[in-house]
Write a protein that binds this ligand. Structure first.
Ligand SMILES: [Zn+2]
Length: 376
């Protein structure tokens, strides 16, 4: 049994596992072995079926009773894409950087947390890791399945830190305390195709679609919130696909996305847009898909604790942010207070994703301090 974990070596070993969603790629087997050697009880299970699964999930826990502090993350990665300087699943150190898919999003942070936990085996209460293999994909059989699995066993963390890459310019400059919600909508305005010279035989859907677009564009959703920018609605496409100059087209297809703050619920936004569509173009086809609701963990014990650990190691006072896309925090915040803090996000999902070796060392010290402060 090894007493310590080298976060750089573990990050490299995890990167070497080709775990593009929903492939396990050996990453969770490696974590099981690593965490078991540190006194964690490790449970692994698969959820879902093709094409979105089966998804590998892992829950590791050490200690007993309260308080219960948990770290959450994912071992899956987005596809590497072509054009890397080195092979994306063969980690390589060059100029103080460790290159490989998942270096910052987020195998590096998992390695740092495991290494931090190895240095703090003396904690009280319970320390857990909630690790999914389906964060970058459909996110149906990952964290949601883990939440169900925990509920069946009456496992209830008191605080969760998610290790997503939140730092912007320097490690430690930003913590995320919430996320905006996101909803996609699809509008199909149907008319009647006809010859332009015989307009009475047709019904042109373009003017109706333009009125819908104009009213949506003029909607003011809100003026922002203490911790959020104003919600925004963006029309992302308006397609007619009519190559002929003498044909009234039969339909217009529109898509839009709303990124919204805690002033709104996804359902209410869907109904507001549906009402405009019904008024301007009755009988249009309309569909909506809510990717996640907005949420915030108001600044308090958890953000103070993580912030203090960051300041201790880096000297920085992190900004509290709710920017960026969605994450699995949209599910986990229903359990308890959740904040997100991890590596620099500059190269995530890009070619030549890389993490500074020094940042892995610092993040390990930060996570070690977080565990000490939460369960010391
Ligand atoms: Zn991620």
């Amino acid at each position: 049994m090894s007493d310590t974990i080298d976060p750089v070596a573990l990050a490299a070993d995890l990167i070497a596992c080709p775990s593009v969603t929903p492939e396990e790629g050996g990453a969770q087997a490696l974590l099981e072995e690593t965490l078991s050697a540190q006194g964690f009880e490790v449970h692994r299970f698969e959820a879902g079926a093709p094409p979105d699964g089966p998804v590998p999930n892992l829950f590791a826990t050490r200690g007993s009773g309260g308080p219960h502090f948990a770290f959450a993350g994912h071992t899956d990665v987005v596809p590497p894409g072509a054009g890397w300087a080195s092979y994306p699943f063969e980690p390589e150190q060059r100029g103080g950087l460790l290159y490989g898919r998942g270096a910052v999003d987020m195998k590096g942070a998992i390695a740092c947390f495991a290494a931090g936990a190895a240095r703090r085996r003396d904690h009280r209460g319970t320390l857990s890791l909630i690790i999914t293999g389906d964060e970058e994909g459909a996110a149906v059989h990952g964290t949601r399945a883990l939440i169900d699995w925990m509920a069946e066993r009456a496992i209830q963390p008191d605080m969760i830190l998610i290790g997503e890459p939140t730092s912007e310019a320097r490690l430690g400059d930003t913590i995320k305390i919430g996320r905006r919600g996101s909803v996609n909508m699809f509008i199909h305005v149907v008319g009647t195709q006809a010859h332009v010279a015989y307009p009475h035989q047709g019904d042109n859907p373009i003017p109706k679609a333009m009125r819908i677009a104009s009213r949506l564009h003029e909607m003011t959703l809100d003026d922002g919130h203490d911790w959020f920018q104003p919600s925004n609605l963006e029309i992302t496409t308006v397609d007619v696909d009519n190559p002929a100059h003498n044909v009234i087209p039969g339909s217009v297809f529109m898509r839009l996305n709303i990124r919204f703050n805690v002033h709104h619920k996804g359902d209410a936004l869907v109904e507001a847009v549906r009402a405009i569509v019904e008024e301007e173009a009755p009988g249009s086809r309309f569909e909506a898909s809510i990717s996640g609701e907005a949420f915030v963990t108001e600044p308090g014990e958890l953000s103070d604790l993580v912030g203090a650990a960051i300041t201790e190691v880096t000297g920085l006072s992190p900004a509290l942010s709710t920017g960026g896309g969605t994450s699995d925090a949209r599910f986990l915040h229903k359990l308890c207070p959740v904040v997100e803090f991890g590596l620099l996000n500059a190269t995530m999902h890009k070619l030549d994703e890389a993490v500074a070796v020094e940042d892995l060392e610092q993040l390990t010290r930060i996570y070690e301090s977080v565990i000490g402060r939460a369960l010391g």
